[in-house]
Design a protein around this ligand. Sequence first.
Ligand SMILES: [Zn+2]
Length: 396
Amino acid sequence: MDLALRGRFCTCVDGDVSVHEGTIGVRDGVIAHVGAEPVEATEERAFDGCLLPGLVDPHTHLVFGGTRVDEFARRMAGEDYRTIAAEGGGIARTVRGTREASEEQLFELAAGRARALRAGGVTTIEVKSGYGLSTEHELRLLRVAKRLETEGLVRVTTSFLGAHAVPPDTERGAYVDEVCHEQLPAVAEAGLADTCDVYCDGGAFTLAEARRILETAKGLGLKVRAHVGQFDDLGGAGLLAELDGLSADHLEQVSDADLDRMAEACVVAVLLPGAWRTLRQTPPSAERLRAHGVTMAIGTDLNPGTSPTPDLSLCAALGVRDAGMTLEEALLGVTAHAAMAAGTRGGRIAVGEPADFAIFPVTDPRALGYALGGLRPSAVYLAGALVHEGPTASLW
Ligand SMILES: [Zn+2]
């Protein structure tokens, strides 16, 4: 073995959130041993606290330029989002800020955000495009996202979100045509996206438009996911079940019938507390999702407009407080179930899984859903390599 880590750990395999004591062995960046018995390795290390699989953030808009702090101030003072958007604010403003930035500047900004997520224990990040809204600019964002992984910062899975908004001065039918006939084929040809996402909601793209875009993406070999039911239930969750989608994200508004379809098709519900908090919305009910047998994950939704946070364990804690998730659901929601939603490996401590770990200075791993912000790992490993060190003192 290259590395042996000895201490207390939580596997998150098959819903197991209990604490085990033993050794995890790593060979060639992959977990090669998990058990009570020790193994010999080139490097051996005993640790305090509790080792978890590296956390997985299944929903981010990490690559963007510009800021929206002033807009937030206006919204909190009571101004209507639509008034601000009509003046060229909202997503359109971030599209301008993003297009004006160089690819190198966008990478530096995205890398800073990826490091902030990693300092919270996140080793795999789903990254969406969606602030380019043209073939050239969407490709640029996806290249930046992929580079976060090739430069060894974190693991990345990418989603093409050309259908985030209709760009200013563009007719919506013509734009949907462009997404299907130009953007998607170019993205698939370049191999830069793992999945295709659509913002299917009132004021965004219709169910018929979402179906057309996601079916086109499937035809090009991409997996699919979507933002659905943040404001209005258009039936997007049922569409994702029909199209074998990885995840349905937001879900403040969703019908019982579509929740049953999601459970049947194993579409993961990705809950986004940062967005419902910022928009002061009523969150989805975990009790209701649980009753329908829907698997739940939690994402930061890191974006400049509605969820400016890189703190995934804070989001887990808000999932518990606001939506009524159990501490165990919150822990699985940022590990094993988040990996299911992201469509990636990881999120579990098991032989054959990537050796990505976050060691937290806590005795009970459920502290992830308990600590209301500020919980940081003492060590983060990516493919068996130590990539970040944090505080070792236990707060809780
Ligand atoms: Zn989003």
